[in-house]
Design a protein around this ligand. Structure first.
Ligand SMILES: *[C@@H]1O[C@H](CO)[C@@H](O)[C@H](O)[C@H]1NC(C)=O
Ligand SMILES: *[C@@H]1O[C@H](CO)[C@@H](O)[C@H](O)[C@H]1NC(C)=O
Ligand SMILES: *[C@@H]1O[C@H](CO)[C@@H](O)[C@H](O)[C@H]1NC(C)=O
Ligand SMILES: *[C@@H]1O[C@H](CO)[C@@H](O)[C@H](O)[C@H]1NC(C)=O
Ligand SMILES: *[C@@H]1O[C@H](CO)[C@@H](O)[C@H](O)[C@H]1NC(C)=O
Length: 482
């Protein structure tokens, strides 16, 4: 007995020595996280803790991570970690600027009062047994102690209480800054629209019923539910490889429009930094065609040949039409039928043949052309949107899935198209109307509405209207083209 006991101890020591720091796996992307056997090997709750940590700390544009809370006073239940079992790299002895800390013990007053509810009380299947932890290495610069985070680990205590409070090196993973950034892209501020965008960007295969149940379970933090779904349920489905970079760009543009020069410094191409005032807008031209309007192009640019170019949308690289310009403002009537998504950009030019020029390097771009917002049908869980397709006025009905009997409620309802707000209900354009129940089913744009469309033959123009007529003369909604 005694012998086997000391043999066991001996083996443990040997094992610890073997699983040294170099053996700790490093996770760099969400794809790497998918390879972990969550539930059996690692508690699912680890993901919630890691997500919280990723969003709690600060990461700047140079990938420097900074602590936003003070582990020396135990914020969020964090405390010093001695690394006595030498699971992680030993720290320079006597240099108090470097310290390991651990966070994630939920049986702690600060933790219970400071961590968000999704960490403390997530849906049942994501609750853990308080074994998962985050360890992080911090060091101070100058006299400011403990500011910069050098390393982050996801780890857990051994399940077996005989191993005391030690961490399990076989299930300890170093988490890269890149992975933390990817987790931050699942921001909790998102509404249902950004959730859809996120799904589109990542290329997740989630279907509508699954998405609906995520929204039911997680409410306005469904982004977190989506993250867990992708890592745990959808682990064999490959992601779009560039989504994170794209989404981070988008965030950067939307959230920090004024800080571009300060933070990005030399990384922004020179010609972009002087284009703050250029406006490039796609609007409705004549005969349902797209018109480009530009303003604020600097003299500096006009000295070289520059051109405005029309693209199908923000992702497209194929020009649909272009024109050399020589004035700081102006407009161009194109022959391209108007559609949502169209985008104008300003480009340098290159010589193609002797006298033909073609667009070269991009200088800046405008926003995509957007349809008007949908309007609610007064008193019903449904709404009407006027939109353009191929230069023609079209209407889209959004009917809440909860509104099951809409076909009988709207049995006598129709949508008419008008050339202006001054037209009476009966003055819709010749044959430009349709019964609501005869609209064609279309691809749902969100999990809670069914979508139906009708494409009229009326050319889109400012003032054109779609109206929803309940019956006879009762107009429930009208929406106008700008
Ligand atoms: C998202 O959709 C759900 C389900 O319809 C709804 O309850 C929730 O309020 C929506 N959230 C936002 C922010 O629009
Ligand atoms: C959604 O996916 C789940 C799991 O693959 C499947 O069981 C379910 O039938 C799907 N639902 C729809 C509406 O496609
Ligand atoms: C448009 O595309 C650019 C370049 O790919 C990207 O940086 C930007 O985030 C995109 N904007 C939107 C609104 O998607
Ligand atoms: C500017 O361009 C227009 C047409 O593209 C041309 O008629 C005009 O002469 C040009 N003006 C100058 C100053 O080059
Ligand atoms: C409305 O419903 C009645 C009977 O339920 C049916 O006869 C009629 O054709 C319907 N009208 C339309 C426009 O669908």
């Amino acid at each position: 007995m005694k012998m086997s006991g000391s043999l066991g101890l001996c083996c443990t020591v040997l094992l610890l020595a073997l699983i040294s720091v170099s053996a700790i796996k490093k996770l760099n992307t969400i794809e790497d996280l998918k390879k972990i056997d969550f539930d059996r090997a690692v508690p699912k709750h680890s993901l919630l803790l890691l997500y919280w940590f990723a969003n709690e700390i600060d990461i700047d544009n140079n990938n420097v991570m900074r602590l936003t809370f003070d582990p020396n006073v135990g914020q969020y239940g964090s405390h010093h970690y001695g690394n006595y079992e030498r699971m992680l790299n030993p720290l320079p002895q006597g240099d108090i600027r470097y310290q390991y800390y651990t966070v994630g013990n939920l049986n702690n007053y600060e933790a219970q009062h400071q961590l968000p509810a999704y960490v403390l009380e997530p849906p049942r299947e994501y609750r853990g047994r308080n074994r998962d932890r985050i360890i992080f290495l911090v060091h101070g610069t100058g006299w400011q102690p403990l500011q910069i985070i050098d390393e982050v680990y996801m780890t857990q205590h051994y399940e077996n209480s005989n191993s005391g409070t030690r961490y399990d090196p076989a299930h300890t993973y170093q988490i890269s800054t890149n992975l933390l950034r990817q987790l931050r892209a699942f921001s909790t501020e998102g509404d249902n629209n950004s959730l859809r965008e996120l799904i589109g960007a990542i290329g997740s295969n989630i279907n509508h019923s699954q998405l609906r149940s995520l929204i039911v379970t997680w409410g306005d933090i469904a982004c977190i539910g989506l993250l867990l779904f992708i890592i745990i349920e959808e682990k064999f489905y490959p992601q779009n490889r560039n989504w994170a970079a794209k989404r981070m760009n988008r965030h950067f543009v939307i959230n920090m429009p004024n800080s571009r020069q300060n933070h990005h410094g030399g990384q922004v191409p020179r010609h972009l930094s002087v284009e703050e005032n250029v406006q490039l807008v796609v609007t409705t031209g004549t005969n349902g065609r797209a018109r480009i309007i530009w303003q604020g192009v600097s003299e500096n640019h006009l000295q070289k040949p520059v051109m405005v170019v029309l693209f199908k949308d923000n992702e497209s690289q194929t020009e649909m039409c272009s024109k050399l310009i020589n004035s700081s403002s102006g407009n161009l009537d194109t022959s391209v039928p108007l559609d949502a998504g169209l985008q104008a950009r300003l480009h340098m030019t290159r010589r193609k043949f002797c006298f033909l020029t073609a667009p070269a390097e991009e200088i800046c771009r405008g926003a995509e052309f957007r349809n008007p917002e949908k309007v609610t049908l007064q008193g019903y869980h449904a709404s009407l949107q006027l939109f353009v397709k191929n230069g023609k006025a079209c209407a889209r009905l959004f009917v809440s899935k909860a509104f099951g009997n809409w076909r009988s409620e709207f049995n006598k309802s129709w949508v008419g198209f008008y050339t202006g707000a001054n037209k009476a209900t009966s003055e819709y354009e010749w044959w430009q109307w349709q019964w609501a129940t005869k609209f064609q089913a279309s691809t749902p744009l969100d999990p809670v509405h069914d979508v139906y469309e009708y494409h009229s033959g009326l050319t889109i123009a400012p003032g054109v209207q779609a109206r929803f007529i309940l019956n006879d003369d009762t107009v429930l909604a009208q929406t106008s083209w700008r």
